[in-house]
Design a protein around this ligand. Structure first.
Ligand code: HEM
Length: 416
């Protein structure tokens, strides 16, 4: 039986299929210190819940000593922000209470269940357009890349519309979002880091100009909502606004792209489950939850300990980096029976932690769920005999210690 030390999360082969590693951690060392980085990985469902709720001990805002030192030395990238753009002020996901609510409050009501219900015909319309295009591209059994032609454009169009920026700018948004995702993935070299900073500077200038327009003339869009200051509150500065935009941009598209592609792949790999969905379309909601649980696009995120703390039998010293491994918790047998298996009939499918828990729970969860639901429902209605056009083993994911996104998903199908 394998041990956690047989694997390394910095190894791309392990990132490609991390689930044996997660099972080994849950079994042998539920709070596992990575020898390569010193980070502690939390792998069990119960421990993850405890970490996510204890924001005093497990901080989103604190920085470990090593990073504080790096900042004092000022990286080339930081100098670029200072001289040419805005040094991002940590906001939202990068803050703790009570400051966190300053950033959360302006977006908390944006994607509530009832607002997203009202958006459903609009989301369905984008899905219909994209499937129309897929049908043309895939006629006569032509191979189509589902990632490029569906999983990327759906959330990109939705988030561009919500921000209130032109759809013609979607390719730029995607480029910037990819740059940000690479920077979060912790797998880049110094050259890529500078390239990314240049792209993020472009994004800053673009959104700063868009905010300036809305200060003059507010519109009915998210950018205008963000600059509307509640009574008694201090207006958000441009450095804060831009940091929030970067989080909304990546949150708003790459994660959903990841789930759309993994969901279709799960359909291809599980024809028995697809048959159940065709026979009982009411199970689609559960399928969406199972996709999020089994192939969580955010595999893990970071916290920093503010004090010595014992968790899962391990003493974690103050100032340590902790990785909350949502994707491992979501396959914890102690919470989910037969956890490695996709099961559209699972009773507690919605109990997964793919959107986090506690104060940082994903504000876009309802929107993402609806995009997935609309997409998979129409795919089943309109496409038959969906097949992988390449060997399963040739599929790969973008290198990242934290996120899971398929590079491409070539398929063939028959349009109904
Ligand atoms: C399948 C799609 C998605 C997944 C799996 C996902 C996952 C997550 C997770 C795990 C967190 C918690 C972070 C933490 O614990 O520190 C989070 C937070 C966040 N997500 Fe999502 N997300 C998705 C879609 C979206 C969408 C569509 C948006 C925007 C419209 C979005 C915007 C955000 C933001 C801004 C935060 C930070 C919230 C805070 O710290 O208060 N996400 N998301």
């Amino acid at each position: 039986m394998s041990k956690p030390s047989d694997y390394s999360l910095t190894d791309q082969a392990v990132q490609e299929c991390p689930y044996d590693f997660y099972a080994a951690m849950r079994r042998e060392a539920p709070v596992y210190q990575m020898p390569e980085t010193g980070f502690y990985i939390v792998s069990r469902y119960g421990d993850l819940q405890a970490v996510l709720k204890d924001t005093k001990t497990f901080s989103n805002a604190a920085q470990p000593a090593q990073q504080r030192q790096l900042q004092r030395e000022k990286s080339a990238v930081q100098v670029m922000y200072e001289e040419e753009g805005w040094v991002p002020t940590p906001s939202l996901q990068r803050t703790d209470p009570p400051l966190h609510s300053r950033y959360r409050q302006p977006i908390d009501k944006t994607f509530t269940a009832s607002r997203v219900r009202d958006m459903t015909p609009y989301i369905d319309g984008i899905v219909t357009d994209l499937i129309d295009d897929l049908v043309v591209l895939g006629q006569d059994g032509q191979q189509v890349d589902f990632v490029q032609h569906f999983a990327i454009p759906l959330p990109c169009r939705v988030i561009a519309d919500q921000f209130g920026v032109p759809r013609a700018d979607v390719p730029k948004l995607k480029l910037w979002s990819d740059a940000l995702m690479d920077s979060f993935g912790m797998m880049m070299d110094a050259k890529r880091e500078r390239e990314i900073a240049t792209q993020i500077l472009e994004a800053q200038k673009y959104f700063a100009a868009a905010f300036e327009e809305r200060y003059d003339k507010p519109r009915n869009d998210m950018l205008s909502d963000l600059i509307r200051t509640p009574e008694g509150a201090k207006p958000l500065t441009m450095n804060e606004l831009l940091d929030m935009m970067m989080q909304l941009l990546t949150g708003g598209n790459d994660t959903t792209t990841g789930s759309l592609a993994e969901g279709l792949l799960l359909m291809i790999r599980n024809p028995d489950q697809v048959q159940l969905l065709r026979d009982q379309p009411g199970r689609m909601k559960n399928f969406v939850e199972e996709v999020l649980r089994v192939e969580s696009p955010v595999q893990g995120l970071l916290r920093v300990t503010t004090r010595d703390v014992e968790l899962g039998g391990t003493l974690i010293p103050a100032d340590s980096v902790v990785i909350v491994r949502y994707a491992s918790a979501n396959r914890d047998e102690a919470k989910f029976d037969d956890a490695e298996k996709l099961d559209v009939c699972r009773k507690n499918a919605g109990a997964h932690l793919a959107f986090g828990a506690g104060i940082h729970f994903c504000p876009g969860a309802m929107l993402a769920r609806q995009e997935l639901n609309s997409a998979f429902t129409q795919i089943l209605d309109r496409l038959d005999d969906i097949q992988l056009a390449v060997p399963d083993a040739s599929l790969s994911h973008h290198p990242s210690m934290l996120h899971r996104r398929l590079v491409s998903l070539p398929i063939t199908f028959i349009a109904k």
